[in-house]
Design a protein around this ligand. Sequence first.
Ligand code: 2P0
Length: 359
Amino acid sequence: MNEKDFIPLPYTKTLENGCFTWSAPSNIALVKYWGKTGIQIPANPSISFTLDACKTITTLAFEKKENSGKYSFDFLFEGQPKESFHPKIEKFFDVIQQYVPFIKNYHFTIDSRNTFPHSSGIASSASGMAALAMCLMSLERELNPEMTHVHFYRKASFLARLGSGSACRSVKGEMVVWGEHDEITGSSDLFGVEFDGEVAHIFKNYQDTILLVDKGEKQVSSTVGHGLMNGHPFAQQRFTQAHANLSKLKKALAEGDINAFIEVVESEALTLHAMMMTSLPYFILMKPNTLEIINKIWQYRQKTGVPVCFTLDAGANVHVLYPQQYASEVLEFIKAELLVYCQNNQYICDQIGKGAENL
Ligand code: 2P0
């Protein structure tokens, strides 16, 4: 498939007004997307767990306009107008309008809220862009009702990607691959696909407890972060490594090899941060408490044999990952030994989810 496949045929129906509401979850990458080219084309393939509790809920209300020159919109966050979000949405609409030409005919009111706490250091761009993309696709499906189910979700992921790369992994499926990879059938740089490899029982309902170490503003925006990989001395090796790690992970998931899983996941997290530490300009996004938590997890795993591991996003928060069957003891460990390293002892209990939902 290429970009042109997402330009719609002339619309067969019209719609004056209405509204759609979708929720879309956040996701946590196991093999990380870090570096991009062109228009949101990933430099390497990535794979993520879709989350369940951490999500954005967006209502898109629309009203047909008399003069259909350019789209227009109001944006509300938790019911209140939020001007500071306008540039990001305007940029998104500008990029996607060739694929959703109907948008110029409408005035939109976008009302969005997150289930996770405000400025928790959890990126809302993935869930936010995915939820908005779902709403836009619901409207397009009304205008072209013959659209297939497959195309609906694929194009939603394609649009979400144009808003924020990782958002394309927040549309559908418990594990999602984005970016071409030899061993993942149907994988694409243009949209996320549900991971269809074998997944052993131990990886079902996997738990993710997010420890909020630092809830401040992101030190490095994703645009700047991805840009650090341009001309990075280790970029090519990193991109090659991501392909190899996805192969290793696929095998570990199929075989239920949790030690191999842990090795790939923790190595990916540290490599992501190593890339930031070795770029110009350089950044350290972990905090002292991030390292304290990592060391405690390693000690606990060694002492008890409980297969708990960590991953990181581009920030100081720690995602603690573990199989559901160990949930009670790991939570006890987290409460007893890790919460002291969190801001105001804050954490979020999450687990694997299925993707966006029409509400
Ligand atoms: C990921 N991250 O795979 C990686 C790992 C953060 C660390 O994707 O510029 O917000 O909107 O495409 O998706 C964060 O970057 O970047 C990210 P844009 P995005 O989840």
